[in-house]
Write a protein that binds this ligand. Structure first.
Ligand code: ZN
Ligand code: FE
Length: 744
């Protein structure tokens, strides 16, 4: 007996070859009906025998095209209509809720053509198909059609048009489709904006790299600054010109073999490096490599990635060394998208610019992660992973916008039964960065015809995002920063019931107007939480200046355990003049220009300084990253601590570290102490643990904690698909907004 089913599929199902995929299975199973795109996703009406329909549904989920992601499938039975064939029908776009795919690295089939001298797209720098290439970065609005992308300026040639309209071609409706005859072209400029004419542009580029040149190369979501990763002088020049003395630089390698030659890669890291998202993965450096030693000075790890655009593959046809590939931007500003802006801002940094005339509409950085065994720990969620959709198990009656934090900003939108997380926007410390924040906001509002009923922001009164939220004449909710950290994991993993949130962080505004960041929060199923324990507050001497200078934290720590005269007899006296010590002690005693903080991030800084690892930071997270290499797992001791009325007192650690002359013992015991503190509080609460906050970007700390919690049989949740850092604050804010709306 024939049956007819209506199937509605939502998720990333448009612009990813989903309809041809449905069409092919239906044809193979001799089923009748039609498929079309609508505002919610893909709509299928299909009829045949029950057995074949079952088979169809199984294959629909098992054989998904590479870029597709099914969030939900809704099925309804209907009377058979007696269709004679299966067809792809034209779109009927009503409401805009279909999801937009992230940009994806070139696929194997496109790459095969790219290497085939007989193919029409041999060595073509902008080849792509329905399963790969630019998406989010070129989209202006939805529905996702060529006319709503930056490819609208290129008229398809007849051959491309044929592929574009053939449902069985792998470029069917590939919006950025193009070839040598009709697509974008490459141009090389020098820093004075003069076009360089060359018969073989990429050969010329390779020669320039060999000569030590710094070249800005246009990528998917912005420009990279590139130079030879084996050339110490080039890297030095790049660092000098960019005024970036120490911050590690990522490397783009031609092949996985080249990565393995230069670094120790675990099988799980290898899988991630080769994944279709092609993120930057932090791996352990080998000691005897050709990599310039100033790529990541004093750090035992490097960020590596594989090429993901055909242009990058093309460069590696002629240049064989790894390339430094760092985002082209001024510090505190977003990644640069256009040649003109590049010349204006980084004209004195680069020697040449390799540009092409397909515009980048939405900037997006490379994603960065590290592996904890087989678990990814995201440091930056951007290209390949975002925009990200998280399905909700219920339907919302409100549209909620979350504006995120001030650092590592992202925004998030919630409507219907889903949450959408934007790519990493960055630190909002400049007008340019804030413009980028507002532009991203506009982009997402336009994508989804989104006007929020409710905005959620951080409780910090001076965050630019908070001020923005309050100007919108839409109801606003404020969420405590660390509560949002914990809620982001609760939302990501759909956790129910009470949990013990452990938020180890750099900075976040506390309910008592001090800076928090070492918090144990019991979170209810509603919008409430209770701060049951926190680290004994430290004094930031000179306020924010102490965040840049760990030696000031070390000094404040010392003042907690001894008087000025005794401090003058310790190693600290070498780091300050006697006048400075006297002044800072007065400031400490009288609380002049000081801020109180319970931040574990600052404790890391203080400990790194006490152990003479770093006294003045040159990039964020430096102390934790540098400490990792000194941890020795054979050392199991830890420092004594007490917990009184919820205040974690670690004075014995400070006293010990002031005397410590063994770096390895000091670092190891410090990490062990943090673990003991977490375990002891976890046992006292007997609740599942939820861990988040920027300090949990530390690989050693996280591996130790997860191992230990497993051993202690303490149930825990740790971010899986999102980051523990402030990039997830917007998600946590959404979770708060949802909880609030459901109770009001
Ligand atoms: Zn492809
Ligand atoms: Fe934070």
């Amino acid at each position: 007996m024939l049956k007819r089913v209506i199937i509605d599929v939502s998720g990333i199902v448009q612009g990813v070859g989903f309809r041809p995929f449905v069409y092919t299975i239906a044809k193979e199973l001799d089923l009748k009906g039609f498929v079309l795109n609508n505002g919610h996703g893909v709509h299928i009406e299909i009829e045949g025998t029950q057995q074949k329909l079952n088979l169809f549904l199984t294959r629909l989920q098992d054989e998904l095209p590479p870029l597709a992601q099914i969030d939900k499938i809704k099925k309804v039975l209907k009377k058979p209509q007696g269709d004679r064939s299966f067809v792809i029908q034209e779109s009927n776009q009503s409401q805009k809720t279909a999801l937009i795919s992230p940009d994806m690295s070139i696929c194997d089939q496109c790459l095969t053509e790219f290497y085939d001298p007989h193919d029409k797209r041999y060595h073509y720098f902008a080849t792509n198909c329905t399963h790969c290439g630019p998406r989010y970065s070129i989209i202006e609005t939805v529905p996702y059609d060529r006319a709503s992308t930056s490819m609208k300026f290129f008229r398809m040639c007849q051959a491309c048009e044929r592929e574009y309209h053939d449902p069985l071609d792998r470029r069917y409706h590939a919006q950025p489709i193009s070839c040598y005859d009709c697509g974008p072209t490459l141009t090389l400029y020098d820093a004075k904006h003069q076009k360089i004419d060359s018969q073989d542009l990429i050969k010329k580029v390779a020669t320039l790299f060999n000569q030590g040149a710094i070249i800005a190369v246009k990528g998917l979501g912005g420009f990279h600054l590139m130079c030879d990763g084996y050339n110490y002088e080039s890297v030095t020049l790049l660092r000098q010109r960019k005024n970036r003395p120490l911050k590690p630089l990522a490397l783009l390698f031609p092949t996985i073999e080249a990565i393995e030659e230069n670094s120790k890669v675990t099988p799980f890291e290898k899988v991630m490096i080769q994944s279709k998202e092609k993120p930057i993965v932090l791996v352990h450096k080998k000691t005897d490599t050709q990599i310039a030693s100033n790529i990541a000075p004093d750090i035992d790890r490097i960020g590596v990635m594989l090429p993901y655009t055909p242009l990058q593959f093309l460069i590696f046809e002629y240049f064989k060394n790894p390339l430094v590939a760092t985002s082209a931007n001024l510090s505190h500003e977003p990644i640069i998208r256009t040649k003109d802006e590049l010349i204006k801002k980084l004209g004195n940094v680069v020697d040449y610019i390799l540009d092409f005339n397909r515009d980048i509409v939405n900037a997006v950085d490379d994603s960065v992660l590290q592996m904890i065994d087989q678990r990814p720990l995201f440091l930056r969620l951007a290209r390949g992973f975002t925009p990200k959709s998280i399905p909700l198990p219920f339907k919302l009656n409100k549209k909620i916008l979350a504006v995120g934090a001030e650092q590592k900003n992202t925004i998030a939108l919630a409507f219907d039964d889903q949450v959408i997380l934007s790519p990493h926007i960055g630190d909002l410390n400049s007008i340019e960065a804030f413009d980028y924040f507002e532009r991203t906001m506009q982009t997402f509002k336009q994508f989804y015809d989104f006007i929020p009923d409710l905005i959620v922001c951080d409780r910090h009164p001076e965050y630019a995002t908070t001020l923005w939220a309050k100007k919108q004449q839409i109801p606003v909710l404020e969420v405590q920063h660390h509560h949002a950290h914990i809620l982001s994991v609760i939302l990501e993993q759909q956790i129910h019931g009470q949990v013990l949130g452990v938020a180890f962080d750099g900075t976040g505004y506390g309910d008592d107007h001090t800076i928090w960041g070492g918090e144990f929060l019991v979170c209810g199923d509603d919008t409430s939480y209770e701060r049951i324990a926190y680290f004994k507050p430290l004094v930031l001497l000179g306020g924010n200046k102490a965040i840049e200078e760990p030696r000031r934290i070390a000094l404040a720590m010392a003042f907690e355990v001894m008087d000025l005269d005794s401090v003058k007899k310790t190693k600290i006296s070498d780091w300050f003049s006697s006048t400075e010590l006297n002044l800072l002690h007065k400031a400490y005693q009288n609380k002049i220009n000081t801020i109180q903080t319970s931040s574990v991030g600052r404790i890391f800084d203080g400990v790194a300084s006490l152990l003479e690892i770093v006294h003045v930071l040159s990039f964020e997270g430096e102390s934790g990253l540098k400490m990792e290499q000194y941890y020795n797992e054979k050392i199991s001791n830890y420092y004594n601590f007490t917990i009184n009325h919820g205040i974690i007192d670690y004075d014995p650690m400070i006293s010990a570290l002031l005397q410590e002359d063994n770096l390895i013992r000091g670092v190891s015991m410090f990490f062990n102490t943090l673990i003991e503190i977490i375990v002891s509080i976890a046992h006292s609460q007997n609740l599942p643990l939820v861990l988040s906050g920027g300090v949990f970007q530390n690989k050693v700390l996280v591996s130790l904690i997860l191992k230990r919690l497993g051993k202690e049989r303490i149930k825990y949740y740790f971010p899986q698909k999102t980051s523990p850092n402030d990039g997830s604050i917007s998600l946590g804010q959404i979770a708060y907004g949802i909880r609030h709306s459901r109770n009001n």
